[in-house]
Design a protein around this ligand. Structure first.
Ligand SMILES: Cc1cc2nc3c(=O)[nH]c(=O)nc-3n(C[C@H](O)[C@H](O)[C@H](O)COP(=O)(O)O)c2cc1C
Length: 340
């Protein structure tokens, strides 16, 4: 069983992460993990804070001589932004602040923000790097891309940059849609015997668990609701690589809708919970969009979930054991899939 946990706060000393149940013998370098963290940190649309963060990290356990040992992998990521924001009884609309303050009986929104912040996703990316590397070594290609930014679609680097500049100048923020794809996954990952074994449910939980994600679809997703059965049957790709909760040997396609960043430089109306006076909640350092960074996080969250499903199907305490089993399975199922 592959499982992981993160801890740490936005302005604490470190973020931390533990990945348990990962096989031995997976070769990975610090440079590989650093490159993944950089992709998240330097994604387009990010705000002032990212210029200060370096995501300097340390692997505490589970790695020896450039390969995993099978022991729990634990790591620390240093926070550069350590100036704890002053106490505030003004919840930021669209954030965890208000429900979090009510839930924990706290009048200080800063205490909620510290953990609810998407800074935590750096730890998910660092842990996800191990899963991504495992897939790579098995010839499974997991990628992500942003499909739309606000209502801009199709998107090029130039139109995205122009859209972000316009939004920033207008004091506005943007949402968007990102896509995660996985190619060359063995067929039969996941299961149909219980709802929570269905791979779509598991991937949905992993991706909906990313801050700001408000929609999730597999393959044709919401557009399938309007399609006729005859039309849908002509394109097996519309299943998005999953049938009956299992991988079907085709490319996996997942899409997520990310809401516009709620922190606005010009402020959003809120109510101070101490005085009950109406005030503006102003966010000066917010990202203009989170969709590009969220795509990177989504890729890693999906990689972790898919690595868990792989290990459930094939087991294997070492990479060589896992690789042999996957290769044998591919050989046997490949003969059938090729003839369809
Ligand atoms: C990588 C990433 C960066 C984000 N940056 C910001 C930000 O700078 N400002 C902000 O207001 N929200 C930001 N968000 C979005 C909030 O974290 C999110 O809207 C908030 O947690 C509430 O969303 P929820 O209702 O989906 O949980 C970011 C999200 C992600 C994934």
């Amino acid at each position: 069983m592959l499982r992981y946990l993160t801890a740490g706060e936005s302005h604490g000393k470190y973020l931390s992460g533990i990945l348990d149940g990962f096989p031995a013998g997976v070769k990975i370098t610090p440079a590989y993990i650093a490159a993944q963290l950089r992709r998240r940190r330097q994604a387009p649309g990010r705000g002032a804070r990212q210029a200060r963060e370096t995501d300097e990290f340390e692997i505490i356990s589970g790695l020896n001589g450039g390969a995993t040992t099978g022991a729990p992998i634990s790591l620390l990521i240093r926070n550069a932004g350590r100036d704890l924001p002053p106490p505030s009884s003004l919840p930021r609309p669209g954030h965890a602040d208000l429900p979090g303050m009510l839930k924990y009986g706290l009048l200080n929104a800063a205490l909620i923000r510290e953990r609810a912040s998407a800074r935590e996703t750096a730890a998910r990316v660092a842990l996800g790097s191990f899963a991504l590397r495992l897939h790579e070594l098995l010839g499974i290609h997991i990628n992500s891309r942003v499909v739309s930014l606000g209502n801009m679609r199709p998107l090029t680097a130039q139109t995205a940059a122009a859209g972000l500049l316009l939004a920033r100048r207008a004091g506005d923020t943007l949402g968007g849609v990102f896509e995660v794809t996985a190619e060359n996954l063995p067929a039969g990952l996941g299961g149909f015997s219980q709802g929570d074994r269905r791979l779509g449910a598991r991937l949905g939980a992993a991706l909906m668990g990313i801050n700001g994600v408000k929609g999730f679809e597999v393959g044709g997703g919401f557009s399938l609701a309007a399609a006729g059965g005859i039309e849908a049957s002509k394109d097996p790709g519309l299943s998005g690589g999953l049938d009956g909760g299992m991988t079907n040997g085709r490319a996996l396609t997942l899409r997520c809708a990310v809401k516009p960043v709620p922190g606005l430089p010009g402020g959003a109306p809120s109510v101070d919970l101490k005085t009950f006076r109406r005030r503006l909640s102003v966010s000066k350092t917010s990202d203009t969009t989170a969709v590009f960074a969220a795509a990177v996080v989504g890729e890693h969250a999906a990689a972790l979930e898919l690595a868990g499903a792989l290990l459930e199907k094939f087991g294997g305490d070492s990479f060589s054991e896992l690789e042999r089993r996957v290769s044998d399975w591919r050989g046997r199922t490949g003969k059938i899939l090729k003839r369809l």
